[in-house]
Design a protein around this ligand. Structure first.
Ligand SMILES: Nc1ncnc2c1ncn2[C@@H]1O[C@H](COP(=O)(O)OP(=O)(O)OP(=O)(O)O)[C@@H](O)[C@H]1O
Ligand code: SF4
Ligand SMILES: [Mg+2]
Length: 368
């Protein structure tokens, strides 16, 4: 485990951000669902101009409410795009590739999957073939990549399972014989067996109870540290991010609205939506229910003008309805897309921040 990594699920002291060349660079990525209904075109702008970098050996967490585009973003960077999803613009470059991933042929893409780039999809426990033993899934996913004779291959698989605290006899089980937590652990073992440089994981702990979740998180962290890979990890659960991510990106309505080292997101959120996410976390001993965010998530086929958060934002100004704020670096390593955010104002002091612009209403649900 990284010496500075927290293991108690709390947003404690800041960890140094991993430095070095990018493991992944995404530039101005736009991916839309393009649909035609009886001659009428409909465009769901699920990923709308996202740029970010993930460093080597870093776990980058991506958070945001349901339907904000997290899975679509992951599908797009994994080049797992099927109609109606279409990449409209932008580039996706990995450190292990000399070209944009979209410049690869289908055969080249297939050669890098699992070996260099693993994608643990949402609901990925179902990746295991229900009518075949787990052993067969390892053969299907990893045998051709590892270039070992069968006996050496299974010795390597068993060693990998042991390192991840899994008994070798899971190989002989059928998926239905394993619990949800065990299936997810096997999926993570599958995704890491070839020691890929980059792992993409979509909600890998969501269907699990809290105790198993903790166990699976520890395993993901351990696997990532053992193989020294980089990871882009999606969950809407901020407590999971607090436990695992080095840096966090916050998505709202298809866009990245804030990005910072994890501890800073929890202690000094600058975007009102992030502040709401942090403020809504339950705190030990607290009885009262947190105020939920007013209004509904926007329809990505017809997103609001200007800042997409403006219909729900307690700090909305006129400019917010008219123009979209750019994601701007306001403190070292801290990018925010909000006209009201300011590095000159103490971000935790909501009342002070609200006094910078002319707020429309009293801020609700922000960090005090
Ligand atoms: N196959 C599809 N066709 C059309 N629209 C889609 C399709 N899949 C997703 N969408 C839309 O794209 C938007 C983003 O969906 P996405 O699944 O990426 O969100 P998400 O943030 O991963 O949500 P969740 O937290 O619920 O998994 C949503 O508005 C969704 O309705
Ligand atoms: S203050 Fe304006 S720009 Fe900032 S989040 Fe609210 S609506 Fe968006
Ligand atoms: Mg999703």
């Amino acid at each position: 485990m990284h010496p500075s990594r927290r293991d108690n699920g709390s947003a404690g002291e800041p960890r140094p951000a991993p430095e070095g060349p990018p493991a992944l660079s995404v530039d101005n990525l736009r991916a839309y669902y393009l649909m035609h209904y009886f001659g009428v075109e409909r465009e769901v702008r699920a990923v709308d101009d996202i740029s970010l970098v993930v460093r080597r050996n870093e776990i980058y967490g991506l958070a945001g409410e349901s339907s904000c585009g997290k899975t679509t973003f992951l599908k797009t960077i994994a080049a797992a795009v099927r109609p109606p999803l279409t990449v409209v613009a932008g580039s996706v470059r990995y450190g292990f590739l000399d070209r944009d991933i979209y410049a690869l042929s289908p055969a080249e893409l297939s050669a890098i999957r699992w070996k260099h780039l693993s994608y643990i999809t949402q609901g990925s426990m179902n990746v295991l073939n229900p009518v075949r033993r787990v052993r067969q899934s390892f053969i299907d996913f990893a045998y051709r990549h590892m270039r070992l004779h069968r006996r050496a291959f299974f010795a390597a698989v068993e060693q990998h399972l042991r390192r991840l605290h899994l008994a070798a006899n899971v190989l002989d089980a059928y998926p239905h014989e394993l619990s949800g937590g065990m299936k997810q652990r096997v999926t993570i073992a599958l995704a890491t067996i070839c020691r890929p440089e980059f792992i993409i994981a979509d909600e890998p702990t969501t269907a699990l109870d809290v105790v198993v979740q903790k166990d699976v998180l520890a395993m993901i962290r351990e696997a990532q540290q053992q193989i020294g890979s980089s990871m882009l990890f999606v969950t809407h659960d901020m407590t999971v991010h607090a436990n695992i991510a080095d840096r966090l990106g916050i998505m709202y309505a298809g866009r990245l609205v804030e990005e910072a080292p994890t501890a800073e997101i929890f202690t000094k959120p600058m975007h009102p939506y992030t502040a709401h996410l942090v403020a809504s976390l339950p705190r030990i001993g607290e009885q009262s229910r947190k105020k939920s965010l007013s209004g509904a998530p926007p329809n990505l086929a017809a997103p609001p003008s200007g800042c997409r958060f403006h219909p729900r934002c307690p700090l909305t100004m006129d400019v917010c309805r008219e123009a979209s704020p750019a994601l701007t670096t306001l403190a070292p390593g801290h990018r925010v897309a909000c006209y009201a955010a300011s590095p000159l104002v103490k971000p935790s002091a909501t009342a002070e921040r609200a006094a910078v612009p002319t707020p429309r209403a009293e801020p609700v649900g922000l960090v005090q």
